[in-house]
Ligand binder design. Sequence first.
Ligand code: ADP
Length: 370
Amino acid sequence: MMTFEQRLKQKIAEQKKSLALFDIILQNIDDGISVLNENGELVYENEEAERMRLKYFSLNARIHDENGKSLHLRELPTFTALADEQIHKQVIEIIKSPKSSSVWLRVKAVPVFNKHNTLVYVVGTWRDVTGRIMEEKRRNHFIAIGSHELRTPLAGIKVLNQVLHKLYQEGKYDKALNFFSKIDAKVNMLTKIVQDFIEVEKIRGEKLEFAPESFDFADLVRATVQDLNTIYTSHTIELHGDTHIMIIADKMRIQEVLNNLINNARKYSPHSDKIDVIISHDDKTITTAVKDYGVGLKKKYAAKIFQPFYRIKDPSIEKVHGLGLGLYISYKIVELHGGRMWLKSKIGSGSIFYFSLPRVIKKTKKSYDF
Ligand code: ADP
């Protein structure tokens, strides 16, 4: 039989063991855990809470609530829980310095009471929710821009339809005929917006599928240029360096890249009437250049314009409609084919957008099966 002393020692050893286990658990979870005593003094924090405190809560850090309202440290849930003895939850945004990007934390503070119902601790949990909030913001941006851009062709269709109706009532059938192609052009605009949206969602979810086939690259460029020459009456597109080289790629998507670049060349050169498309090759790659004589762009925008939704704000192009997705989609299509896209541009003189594709497509690191 154990003596009292032995039993006490055993109990202490058991408690030490469970405390150690408890500490291991707290130190290894992804959330930050901190405990304040009734005087608001920090009496415990796990590694993650310490990391967050040192990294995010610097002297210059600005803290906002979800609606952008500035918060003082004393207004954080851990302190409000201490003051009113209630549970508090809040998502806060921390901006460490004007140049750094925001971090979002979800903070939950729970008051703990002793048997006399007196508050003794406040337990705070801190979770980094930056990824989720960024995704939500991207999605909201996506919806806002999309609905704004959809409104323009929809309003156009409505007006054209009203005119068409009137012309029919008046028996002016010849005149009415013209309006069908105008409505068709607006419907094409709508279709392109919806298609771009679907493409971006697929790219983001890494679900863009390719249907590779072997085809003569120059034939595809020639056919595309021919088609666009009949559609775009404002510009003449000239093809140069018509070499016959077979490549293996997704023909439709490469055509989409060409369409996007030539369409941009047209959109961003309102005072010129010429676009050149030049094909060249070496033994490894085939390169296409789409050259316009339009507004051009500053060097500082050269990388940004390939980001989704990025549009340059300049009075010279403010009337040009777009979602800022065409270059992003084109860049991704080329990249996923193992190629690359780049540009040369001079403000006021025009731009050349290049894309090169490998003549034999190799499987890229991403899991797109060719
Ligand atoms: P969108 O044309 O719908 O805005 P893009 O992704 O095709 O979207 O292009 C992104 C931005 O890049 C455009 O808003 C424009 O400012 C700039 N840009 C694209 N092509 C040209 C070009 N050929 N010349 C000048 N600027 C261009």
